[in-house]
Structure formats: structure tokens, C-alpha cells
Design a protein around this ligand. Structure first.
Ligand code: GLN
Length: 260
């Protein structure tokens, strides 16, 4: 008899625990998760976003700008690092809430897939070459040359287009900008097509081994954050926050901090 009541007690306690869990009676961790917005980025794009050697913390203009916007608008953010060409699919599959990655809102069909906010930075493409290169610029590239850039980006699309048109021998598209720079350094490619402010940041620490060749080219770029299609409420908050940090001088302080 005693054994039967013990088994019954155990069964009842298991059922109670299960019911408690199913009704959300567990930890309040899930509620904090639902309040926190996931910002997705690709963190080899210094000074917009990068990670320090061995440390996964993402630093740069974008995290600082978004932190200021979040404070202004009472938002909680967490950052997730992934490949650039996964960013838009992440929002489309509800794996992220915001893209902030130096993404050009004018490129291709991006604006059909996500909703971009107001422009927070303007840019253009440049050709990065080795310091001893005599390549005059993008228009001087010959069909025996190889150019590298990052997959899924405006630069990546350009080098692939040049390859398809027979203007270069190969358009090497890689997941990380750091790998593009390495290919240049190792002589695997004769140039890297990169966003001007990012190339400038690279040259600050590698000016002895690389330089820009020629003038800016490609389409004028407008960097903006993006939200899932239709999330106008969040987009309005982000745009309002951006306007406020521009009005109170925080934006200019961050530009000085990361681009001076
Ligand atoms: N500005 C380029 C684009 O939008 C590159 C962005 C990046 O590499 N993070 O495609």
C-alpha cells in the first residue's frame, strides 16, 4: 500500500511540474528574451563593427550608435554576429529584429525584403591595392587580374559582375573582410573592392603595405539599419532615436570617436 501511494505521489508531482512549465510557470528568462531586440551584423567591417582578437564582443560605430538610440528610446539590444549574406534572411525568418551592418539601403532588392530606416552614413567604393602596386584604379584593371570583396555586398556583387563580363580573371568573394585583406597581402588578388571608410580604417594600421588606387567608384551608398518588413513601430522608434542623437550631438561625437 505504502509503495502504491509513493508512486502516485511521484506521478502527481511530475504532472504538476509539467503543467507549471507549459503555462510559463518557469523562469522569467523567456520574458526578458522577448523584451530584448536582436541586432544582427557582420563584425569584420571596422570601424562600423569588429571584434577584438579573441574577444567576441562587437565594438564600433554601429554598436555605439545603436546603444545611444536604444537608451533614447528605452530599448534593450543584444548583438549577433553572422555572415553578411545571412543578415536579410535572418530578419525574414524571424531570427533577428534589426540589421545594423553598414548596409546600403539603395542596393538591389534589399528594400523589397526588409524595411530600412533613415540614412546614418554615406559611402562609396574604393580599390585597395598593395603599397608597391602601379595599378591606377578600377578602370585600369586587366583581364588577367583577380579582385576580392565580401560575399553578398555591393563590392562582392561588383567583382562578380566584372568576372562575368570578362573584365577580370576572377572575382574572389569571401565571408570576411579580414580574409580579403589577407588575399591582397599574400598576392592572391591584385585588389580589394571595399567601402571607403572601411578601407581608410584598414590603411590607418596597414598604410605601409597597402594604399587606395584611383578615385571612388560604383553607386553612392546610404547606410541604414533595417527591421522586418512591416515593423513600422520599431522603425519609427529607431528613426526618432537617430534624429534625437543627431540633435543632441551624440552622433557627431561618435563620428569623431570612430572616424577622426
Ligand atoms: N556597404 C556594403 C553593402 O551594403 C558593404 C557592407 C558590409 O560589408 N558590412 O553591401
Amino acid at each position: 500500500m505504502k509503495k502504491k501511494s509513493l508512486v502516485l505521489l511521484l506521478a502527481l508531482s511530475m504532472i504538476f511540474t509539467f503543467v507549471l512549465g507549459a503555462c510559463g510557470g518557469g523562469s522569467d528568462e523567456s520574458s526578458s528574451d522577448s523584451d530584448t531586440l536582436k541586432v544582427v551584423t557582420e563584425a569584420t567591417f571596422a570601424p562600423f563593427e569588429s571584434t577584438q582578437d579573441g574577444d567576441e564582443t562587437i565594438v564600433g560605430f554601429d554598436p555605439d550608435m545603436m546603444a545611444a538610440i536604444a537608451e533614447d528610446q528605452g530599448l534593450k539590444l543584444e548583438w549577433v554576429n553572422m555572415e553578411f549574406d545571412s543578415l536579410i534572411p535572418a530578419l525574414q525568418s524571424d531570427q533577428g529584429d534589426i540589421i545594423c551592418a553598414g548596409m546600403n539601403k539603395l542596393a538591389g532588392d534589399r528594400a523589397e525584403k526588409v524595411d530600412f530606416g533613415d540614412t546614418y552614413f554615406e559611402s562609396e567604393l574604393m580599390l585597395l591595392v598593395t603599397a608597391d602596386s602601379d595599378l591606377a584604379g578600377i578602370d585600369a584593371v586587366t583581364s588577367d587580374m583577380k579582385l576580392a570583396s565580401q560575399i553578398g555586398t555591393t563590392g562582392g556583387d561588383m567583382v562578380q559582375e566584372m568576372k562575368d563580363e570578362g573584365k577580370i580573371a576572377d572575382g574572389v568573394v569571401l565571408n570576411q573582410w579580414t580574409d580579403c585583406y589577407l588575399q591582397l597581402k599574400n598576392g592572391e588578388v591584385q585588389g580589394v573592392v571595399v567601402d571607403k571608410p572601411v578601407g581608410e580604417a584598414y590603411l590607418k594600421s596597414h598604410g605601409d603595405e597597402a594604399k587606395f588606387a584611383g578615385d571612388p567608384f560604383g553607386d553612392h551608398e546610404e547606410f541604414a539599419f533595417a527591421v522586418q518588413k512591416g515593423n513600422t513601430e520599431l522603425l519609427e522608434k529607431l528613426n526618432t532615436g537617430l534624429a534625437n542623437i543627431k540633435a543632441n550631438g551624440t552622433y557627431d561625437e561618435l563620428v569623431d570617436k570612430w572616424f577622426s
